[in-house]
Design a binder for this molecule. Structure first.
Ligand code: COA
Length: 266
């Protein structure tokens, strides 16, 4: 059996029915994210999007200590200094963008440490379900890192500016209850229930009509990002596609037949 230190850090992809799990696996470093992992994330998201069976994507950390303690600082000397810093940030940014633009729902299942780039990842997901042992921080100022301006919007989508400032100015760790109160976390559950609660939430979404869920995601994200000038034509088209779908006919039939609908995503 390999020991933790002999296992390559990796971003793993596992499909289980309608759920695709993306697992941050760097156990000996509290699931710190390596440059190779940032690079792999857009490929994993593309795989989940292309697979018609996948209805929900779940991001989690391996083991029981951390979702992720952030970018892997041991790589910074070689990969995130001087000119390389911009290249590193572009890789990181492409990973965040892939998550934000994923048309399927994405849930972050957070246990233990959720720090720096780990919290950045979680904030690019649609929902964050966390255990009561989780801790959250953006320690950039403790390392002398300038936090990329592109990554501020997801923070501000979750918490007000004064809280975003507290996170970034202090770099301190917030415990789960405080994180929930400020809006970083959408739902908090006891550690023992985290996986079941996440599966239940994902299963509830996966049983619904995929076009309706995708339209809701698109509409909410577009209006949140461009409150004054949303692309209403595109949003109306997404809603019209639901009304024209076989799934809408199935939903109506199943209701009248008093049975569960079987949606196909078309
Ligand atoms: N990058 C690289 N390695 C990391 C890491 C990171 N972001 N976070 C933790 N590790 C490593 C530690 O160096 C340590 O390795 P070692 O056993 O070879 O010494 C191992 O993970 C366990 O961490 P340790 O610090 O011993 O655990 P702890 O429980 O005492 O403290 C933290 C946990 C999360 C508070 C602490 O590890 C920490 O502050 N990590 C850095 C968090 C951070 O700044 N993230 C933002 C990066 S931009």
């Amino acid at each position: 059996m390999p020991t933790d230190s002999t296992i390559e850090p990796a971003l793993r992809y596992e499909k289980n029915g309608a759920l695709a799990w993306i697992i941050v696996d760097n156990a000996s470093r509290l699931n710190a994210l390596t440059a190779a992992m940032w690079q792999a994330l857009p490929r994993h998201i593309a795989m989940a999007v292309a697979d018609p069976d996948v209805r929900v994507v779940i991001l989690r950390g391996a083991g029981d200590k951390a979702f992720s303690a952030g970018a892997d600082i041991s790589e910074f000397e070689s990969a995130r200094t001087g000119d390389a810093a911009a290249t590193y940030d572009a890789l990181n940014d492409a990973a965040f963008s892939a998550l934000i633009s994923c048309p399927k729902p994405v849930i972050a299942m957070i246990h233990g440490f959720c720090l720096g780039g780990g919290l950045g990842l979680a904030l690019c997901c649609d929902m964050r379900i966390a255990d009561d042992a989780s801790q959250f921080a953006i320690p950039a100022a403790k390392l002398g890192i300038g936090y990329n301006p592109r990554w501020i919007r997801p923070i501000l989508a979750a918490v007000p500016p004064s809280r975003a400032k507290e996170l970034l100015y202090t770099g301190r760790r917030f415990r789960s209850a405080e994180a929930e109160a400020m809006g970083l976390v959408s739902r908090l559950v006891p550690t023992a229930d985290l996986e079941d609660a996440t599966r239940a939430l994902a299963g509830e979404i996966a049983a619904n009509a995929p076009l309706s869920v995708a339209a809701a995601k698109r509409v909410i994200d577009e209006i949140a990002r461009h409150p004054e000038t949303p692309d209403m034509a595109a949003l109306d088209a997404a809603v019209a596609a639901c009304f024209a779908s076989d799934d809408y006919a199935e939903g109506r039939r199943a209701f009248l037949d008093k049975r569960k609908p079987l949606f196909k995503g078309r």
